[in-house]
Design a protein around this ligand. Structure first.
Ligand code: FAD
Ligand code: DLZ
Ligand code: SF4
Length: 507
């Protein structure tokens, strides 16, 4: 059967299901750099360069191995600018019996590609994305048996299913989760290893020039460019993480230090999400480090939970809840995203640092995304659509299947508590405990009210009070509401007044 096999930019694994039963006599692989994908949101420059370079290297590797690849470059004069346009173009020149593609990561793309079936009268076979450890159907079936979904229980099932850190039916060490040990504040004198810096070869240089020429008005710095762009290089990133960072990953997982964007995190999300690395190999590498006594259990369990737990869980929720999930707005908020999310022009040092680093690296680690950038958006009541768009644009690991549940579910509680049991709202004291940002800030984290008080302090209470009707029934917030009620009226008025003044200043 003559088969056209479409490989998308986040499907760069030779083991991808769309390549199964490839026949070199009859089949062609199509890969294309297209305008639509680079601009449906205006991605960070580094993200486009990273993906184009990784795609070109992947196509080159396939060709070397004897696969027939038709690769459309962004600048090709006959490039139609969309997946469907490119599919139609090749289908008009060659005769195929079917199109095969692995399940796209985004609902938008799946819908578009499926729309071609009727239009062109050719079967389009969507194959399961076997890189994920829990299929869409398996997750849906797990979810259907529960009134309330919680990651922790899903995670335990996954540990059992893949026999990870298990001793027969019980978790190694006696506990499933060592998060309590993973909250050390930062301290001076940490010897954080430098991050991986990949070489810029000819292919990468060419895409850097292309992106500089065509996407100049997109957010972010393209140089210096240091991402891995091949599977071998991505394996090096993983290897360096396991050896040098994993031993401290757990202890300092939540810590933030000014000028240390990479901390002890793995920086593998770019590669996992585009296919250069596979989840199970990362998990097994960490498990092996534990077995060989090279990394402690709290670090290894914490790292593995992020991948086999959170990553699979958010993907399951995305496919269970799309397309409605993209429109959720539990708090019915409409504030526009403040301009400083693009310019970093704010006196709030924590936000300024995280935005500067995001602009430079197209990366911020989890706690920066959650407790600084996300926490502020939640407390300030920013429109979920605006926040989602920003997160999808700025990070090189962002695809809607993973970005949307993290933003709408985890940080904004826009789904009303489907993904998380309570909003991750916090005042300045959390940021002060977990970072050194506050000592360089114009605002005083210890002050609760007044023009020089940390805005997170009064916005936190204002957020709770503003959303009392929707949140007061949440038993995890009961104590906080009681504390607010015990405050004298003057104090409460100061909270409202400061919040009003501050929020109008960012409009
Ligand atoms: P590490 O801290 O080293 O963790 C290891 C791996 O675990 C990551 O590479 C990632 O694959 C996985 N992981 C960890 N946490 C999560 C999570 N909450 N959801 C899914 N996978 C997780 N991750 C993305 O891959 N793409 C996104 O667009 C994205 N957007 C986010 C937006 C917000 C508001 C928040 C709070 C989190 C977001 N995350 C996203 C999750 C997480 O922040 C990143 O995966 C992580 O920071 C990537 O850096 P790392 O590879 O160094 O991760
Ligand atoms: C993110 C992205 C970008 C910027 N450009 C392309 C592209 O030109 N060609 C391509 O195949 N994929 C690209 N991608 C990744 C796609 O957006 C991703 O494959 C879909 O969102 C499906 O998950
Ligand atoms: Fe951020 Fe407040 Fe600390 Fe300033 S004082 S860095 S605004 S938490």
């Amino acid at each position: 059967m003559n088969t056209l096999r479409l490989i998308l930019g986040d499907q760069l694994s030779e083991s991808i299901s769309s390549l199964k039963e490839y026949n070199s006599d009859t089949d062609i692989i199509l890969m294309c750099e297209v305008w639509d994908e680079t601009t449906y949101v205006k991605h960070h420059k580094k993200k486009i360069a990273f993906l184009f370079s990784a795609m070109r290297h992947f196509a080159q590797m396939l060709k070397k191995k004897g696969y027939k690849v038709k690769y459309t470059k962004f600048n090709d004069t006959d490039n139609t600018g969309s997946f469907n346009g490119e599919l139609k173009r090749i289908l008009s020149k060659h005769s195929f019996d079917r199109v095969v593609v692995t399940h796209p990561g985004e609902y938008r793309v799946l819908k578009d590609i499926l729309s071609l079936e009727g239009e062109l009268n050719i079967p389009i076979e969507i194959r399961e994305d076997k890189r994920f450890l829990c299929s869409i159907d398996e997750f849906a079936s797990w979810a259907s048996e529960r009134k309330q979904l919680r990651m922790e229980y899903f995670y335990r099932e996954m540990r059992k299913k893949y026999d990870i850190l298990m001793k027969s039916d019980t978790p190694i060490g006696g506990q499933w989760n060592y998060d309590k040990e993973n909250r050390k504040p930062p301290k001076n004198g940490l010897n954080i290893p430098p991050p991986y810096t990949g070489k810029v070869d000819e292919i990468t240089q060419e895409v850097i020039s292309l992106v500089s020429d065509h996407f100049e008005n997109h957010f972010g710095d393209i140089k210096p460019f240091y991402f891995a762009v091949t599977r071998n290089d991505a394996l090096d990133v993983l290897g360096q993480f396991i050896e040098k960072r994993l031993p401290h990953f757990g202890d300092y997982q939540d810590a933030m230090i000014q000028g240390e964007p990479w901390m002890y995190h793995s920086h593998i999300s770019f590669y996992l999400n585009c296919g250069l690395l596979l989840p199970l190999e990362c998990i097994q590498a960490a498990e092996k480090a534990y077995e060989q006594g090279e990394a402690p259990l709290n670090a290894v369990e914490g790292f593995i939970r992020q991948i086999i737990g959170w990553r699979e869980y958010v993907r399951g929720i995305y496919w269970l809840k799309m397309p409605d999930y993209a429109n959720e707005n539990f708090f019915e908020v409409q504030r526009k995203l403040p301009d400083f999310y693009w310019t970093a022009n704010t006196d709030m040092n924590c936000l300024r640092q995280c935005i500067i680093e995001t602009k430079q690296n197209s990366y911020a680690h989890h706690i920066q995304r959650l407790m600084v950038l996300g926490n502020f958006a939640l407390l300030a009541g920013i429109d979920p659509q605006e926040v989602n768009k920003w997160f999808l644009i700025v990070y090189s690991d962002a695809y809607e299947w993973v970005e949307l549940p993290n933003v709408s579910g985890m940080i904004l509680f826009a789904d009303g508590g489907y993904l998380a049991s309570k909003p991750y709202a916090a005042s300045g004291s959390y940021i002060n405990k977990m970072s050194d940002y506050c000592k360089n800030c114009k605002y005083k984290v210890t002050k609760k009210n007044g023009p020089d008080a940390c805005p997170f302090n009064y916005l936190y209470w204002d957020f709770l009070d503003r959303n009392r009707l929707k949140l007061a029934g949440n038993h995890r917030l009961g104590m906080m509401y009681k504390t607010f009620e015990r405050m004298d009226k003057e104090k409460q008025k100061a909270i409202y007044d400061d919040s009003k003044r501050f929020l109008s200043s960012i409009e």
